[in-house]
Design a protein around this ligand. Structure first.
Ligand SMILES: C[S@@+](CC[C@H](N)C(=O)[O-])C[C@H]1O[C@@H](n2cnc3c(N)ncnc32)[C@H](O)[C@@H]1O
Length: 485
């Protein structure tokens, strides 16, 4: 019969063995295993140091490494972890001293490089997150960090613990992180509570996200799409990229959005919107085309020039010209981080067809005007919903225009200096805008009060349904008129 293990012997002798999640995670793993198990006859410091490393507490950990005999391997390993923490903080000289100490205590080069490489992966994971790369990218780095740290293929739970702590250091609240698919689903009561909270306090984005996740888990994709949309509405410019990735997954799982009532889904128009864009490209021969909202790439593919398409969840299914670039981010993020270097020349033609909420399209227009020239032509899609349902801020129809029509109304009221030509295009109308003024401050200054005022307007005016302001000219003539005048 095998003798009882040391843990069992200690337990039988009445010792309490604390198994925190960190020790459970690390117990079986060879790189730092064995010494990590908290036990009464063992110095807890390696355990504590490993814990601090996992939780990314570099400040505290960097002061470790001086205790214990210089010949003890435990002390050597602590020095190794403290070296990693010092490196994280840029204290390279101190890190070298600690590495020397670890070597003296018998740590091998392989062991030391594993810990340092693990630290490097943490930085790569954070860099990848900050650069807005897909979740898989930064998760892969955190996984590599865990693997390198523990020395074997680490458990998912340890990867998640590390990822969670590292992203928390960047200020990412847990709710915004991708849920663990293997996670136990909530009990029914909690599930119901989440739904109730999202209904009772609809202005709290966290509840909408929780509701979206719950609906997605239950397979109610249209419900989840609406909840994600609602969260984006509440978060506005600070809506994180991860949100769009979750929304894209929901759209993929759903296929196409379900049809609403027949009378709500009617669509019409004298000319297809893609034909309007094609004719604009032909007439204007732009040198640079900018598009907000790319989706399959159908409209972006019409550009024969340098073209930039922006979409946080592009789902390209057509061949794009080699001159087209797609930037997978939100338009707000694009203007905050990329526009200065990517729009060194003003775009000649711009298509705004992103989020179907008027405040998003208005922000897009304000941002674009700053980079425009007086000759830039901007096209805004979806200014003529065919029904009240298509104009709803919450998606209920397949043909969804949202309340982008309000941007048309705002420009009419606030910017009489612009030349606006509405076109009765299929399926939901387009607006051509000329005479942009990059120095104009009016809309930016009034943005807050305009959003407040127009959020209060719910009814789609009949004039928009009837498209009575649309030009009666054929598109080519309308284009010639606006660019000629
Ligand atoms: C109607 S589709 C674009 C269709 C495309 N322009 C066409 O005509 O072929 C709208 C797109 O806007 C994107 N979108 C949603 N929110 C956005 C945002 N904040 N910034 C940029 N694009 C956004 C969506 O991901 C979606 O792909």
């Amino acid at each position: 019969m095998r003798p009882p293990s040391r843990r069992k012997r200690l337990r039988r002798a009445g010792h309490k063995i604390r198994t925190s999640s960190a020790s459970r995670l690390t117990r079986k793993l060879p790189a730092l295993s064995g010494e990590l198990v908290q036990s009464p006859d063992q110095s807890p410091s390696l355990f504590q140091a490993a814990n601090l490393w996992q939780f990314g507490d570099w400040q505290k950990l960097s002061s470790y490494g001086e205790t214990g005999s210089t010949r003890s391997r435990q002390a050597g390993k602590i020095a190794m972890l403290a070296a990693s923490a010092n490196l994280q903080q840029g204290a390279t000289e101190r890190a070298s001293q600690l590495i020397a100490r670890a070597k003296k205590a018998g740590c091998t080069n392989k062991e030391i490089s594993r810990i340092l490489v693990a630290g490097a992966h943490l930085n790569l994971g954070k860099a990848s997150y900050l650069a807005g790369r897909r979740q898989e990218r930064h998760s892969a780095h955190f996984h590599a960090a865990a693997k390198s740290f523990f020395g074997v293929q680490s458990a998912d739970a340890s990867t998640r613990a590390i990822e969670s702590e590292q992203l928390a250091q960047l200020g990412v609240p847990a709710l915004w992180r991708r849920p663990d698919p293997s996670r136990r689903t909530f009990g029914r009561d909690v599930d119901r509570l989440i739904g109730d909270l999202a209904t009772a306090i609809p202005s709290e984005p966290a509840f909408q996200v929780a509701a979206a996740e719950r609906l997605q888990r239950r397979g109610d994709n249209p419900g989840a799409i609406r909840a994600w949309q609602k969260a984006a509405e509440l978060m506005g410019e600070s809506t994180p990229q991860l949100f769009y990735e979750r929304l894209a997954e929901t759209y993929k799982a759903q296929g196409s959005f379900p049809q609403g009532r027949l009378q709500d889904e009617q669509i019409r128009g004298k000319i297809d919107k893609y034909e309007v864009l094609r004719q604009l490209h032909e007439a204007l021969k732009p040198s640079l085309y900018l598009e907000i909202g790319v989706q399959s790439g159908k409209s972006l593919a019409l550009a024969n020039c340098e073209a930039i398409g922006i979409d946080p969840m592009p789902m390209i299914s057509v061949n794009l010209p080699r001159t087209a670039k797609v930037v997978a981010t939100t338009s707000d993020d694009f203007f905050a981080k990329h526009a200065n270097h990517m729009l060194q020349e003003p775009p000649d033609l711009v298509f705004i067809d992103g989020m179907h909420l008027f405040e998003y399209a208005l922000r897009d227009f304000i941002n674009i005007e700053r980079f425009a020239s007086p000759g830039t032509v901007v096209v805004i899609d979806d200014i003529f919903p065919n029904s009240q349902a298509q104009a709803a801020r919450e998606r209920v129809t397949q043909a969804w225009a949202g309340d982008v029509w309000k941007v048309y109304e705002i420009l009419r009221q606030e910017r009489p200096d612009l030349r606006l030509t509405a076109i009765d295009a299929f399926p939901t109308g387009v607006l051509l805008i000329c005479g942009l003024d990059p120095s104009s401050e009016n809309l930016a200054a009034r943005y807050g009060s305009l959003v407040h005022k127009f959020l209060g307007i719910e009814d789609l005016p009949l004039e928009f349904v009837e498209r009575s302001s649309a030009t009666s000219l054929p598109v080519l003539e309308a284009i010639a008129e606006i660019i000629g005048s």
